[in-house]
Design a protein around this ligand. Structure first.
Ligand code: M6R
Length: 364
C-alpha cells in the first residue's frame, strides 16, 4: 500500500535513501570501503568500447554513466536510446560490452537493443530492478538494483539505484584500467556512502520544494538546463514535469541555449537551472545570468555556495546539501522529481497513473 503517503510516487520518493543504501550495500564492502562488482567474463583493460542502452528515465541513468566511465575509466562510451539503437545497425567492436538499464527488465525497445548487441558479439550486462525479467535472462551478468517494487508509472527510486550500480561499476572499471588514484577512489566511495543521508536532507526540505513547484505550476512551458554530468538531470526534470503535470517542458545542455532555445526566454517561462558547485559552475552561472538578463525566471537548484552567488538573480532558489560533484546527479534527481510531483498535485492530475502512459512498455 501507500502507507501514510497520498500517492505511490510520493512513497517511492521517500524510499530513495533506502533504495540507495540497499543497493550500495551489495556493491560496496562497508569495512574496506572498496567497490565489489560481480565477477565479469572480461577484463576492463581489454574493452574497446562500452555501449549503454535504455529508454526514458533509465536512459538518463545511461547518459550519466557515460560521463562517469569516460572521465574515471577513460573508456569510450556510447549511450543510446533503445528504440534508436535497435535499428541503427551500429558497428560494434569485437570485445565490446553492452549494458542494458531498465527498471522492469521488460521494455521492448531496450530488450531489442540488447539482442542486437548480442548479434554483434558484445558481452551483455543488465542493470534491472526485476531479477527474473527478460533482460536478466538474456544477459551474461545481471546487476540487480535493490530499489524494491516501483508501482507509480513515474520511475523514481529505480533511477537513484541504477546510478549507484553504474557508479560503482565505473569505479571498478577505472581501478582495473589504472586510471584512478587510490585517494580519489576513497573519496568517491566516501561520497557514495553519504548519499542516503544527503537525500534524506532533501526530502526533509520538501515544503520548500513544494513552494517552488507552486511557482511554476501555472506556466505553459518550463525549460530545464544542466551541464556535464547534471545535464541528464535537466532531461529527467523535464520528462517528469511533462508526464505528471502535462506542462510542456524541455531539458537542454545549458551551453546549447544560445543555439536556439534562448529565443523562448520570456517572463512567462521558468527556467530550472541544475547547478551544483562543480568544475562547470562558472559556465552554468553565466547561463543563468543570460536567462536573468533576458527577463526570464531562473529557478536555481544549487548548494549554499551557489545560492549565495546566484540567488539574487533567481526567481526562486532551492538550497541543496553540498556534495562531491561525482554524486551530484544522484542527489539532484530527487528535487527535480519532487518539483514535478508537487506541480502535478497542484494541477490535480492523476499522479500515479498519468494519461496515455503504462508502467512497462512491452510493445514497440
Ligand atoms: O522499465 P524501464 O526502466 O525499462 O522503463 C523505461 C521507461 O519506460 C520509463 O523510465 C519511463 O520513461 C518512466 N515513465 C519515466 O518516469
Amino acid at each position: 500500500g501507500k502507507g501514510n503517503h497520498r500517492h505511490f510516487m510520493l512513497k517511492e520518493m521517500h524510499e530513495h535513501p533506502e533504495a540507495v543504501s540497499n543497493t550500495l550495500r551489495s556493491y560496496l564492502d562497508p569495512t574496506t570501503r572498496a567497490v565489489t562488482p560481480p565477477d565479469l567474463p572480461f577484463d576492463w583493460k581489454d574493452v574497446p568500447r562500452l555501449t549503454i542502452t535504455a529508454c526514458g528515465t533509465a536512459f538518463y541513468a545511461a547518459l550519466i554513466a557515460k560521463y562517469w566511465f569516460e572521465q574515471l575509466a577513460r573508456l569510450p562510451v556510447e549511450a543510446d536510446i533503445g528504440s534508436e539503437f535497435r535499428y541503427r545497425e551500429a558497428p560494434m567492436p569485437a570485445g565490446g560490452v553492452c549494458i542494458a538499464v531498465s527498471q522492469s527488465g521488460e521494455t521492448a525497445d531496450t530488450l531489442a537493443a540488447l539482442r542486437y548487441a548480442k548479434t554483434q558479439g558484445q558481452t551483455i550486462l543488465s542493470v534491472v530492478n526485476v531479477p527474473e525479467s527478460a533482460m536478466a535472462r538474456e544477459s551474461s551478468v545481471v546487476m540487480p538494483t535493490l530499489a524494491g517494487p516501483e508501482i507509480a508509472v513515474a520511475s523514481t527510486k529505480a533511477l537513484t539505484a541504477q546510478l549507484v550500480v553504474l557508479a560503482t561499476l565505473a569505479i571498478a572499471a577505472a581501478r582495473a584500467r589504472g586510471t584512478l588514484s587510490r585517494e580519489r577512489e576513497a573519496e568517491l566511495v566516501a561520497a557514495l556512502v553519504e548519499v542516503p543521508s544527503r537525500i534524506a536532507e532533501v526530502l526533509n526540505n520538501d515544503d520548500a520544494i513544494a513552494a517552488v513547484a507552486h511557482r511554476i505550476a501555472d506556466a505553459r512551458d518550463v525549460l530545464y538546463l544542466g551541464r556535464g554530468v547534471c545535464y541528464p538531470i535537466a532531461l529527467e526534470g523535464a520528462l517528469k514535469l511533462k508526464e505528471l503535470s502535462y506542462i510542456h517542458a524541455e531539458g537542454y545542455p545549458a551551453g546549447e541555449m544560445k543555439h536556439g532555445p534562448i529565443a523562448l526566454i520570456t517572463e512567462e517561462v521558468p527556467v530550472v537551472v541544475v547547478a551544483p558547485t562543480d568544475s562547470l559552475a562558472d559556465k552554468i552561472a553565466s547561463n543563468l545570468e543570460q536567462v536573468h538578463a533576458r527577463g526570464g525566471k531562473p529557478v536555481l537548484l544549487s548548494d549554499a555556495a551557489g545560492v549565495a552567488r546566484l540567488g539574487a538573480k533567481a526567481f526562486a532558489a532551492l538550497t541543496m546539501p553540498a556534495v562531491d560533484p561525482f554524486v551530484a546527479p544522484i542527489l539532484y534527481a530527487v528535487p527535480v522529481q519532487l518539483l514535478a510531483y508537487h506541480a502535478a498535485v497542484a494541477k490535480g492530475t492523476d499522479v500515479d497513473q498519468p494519461r496515455n502512459l503504462a508502467k512497462s512498455v512491452v510493445v514497440e
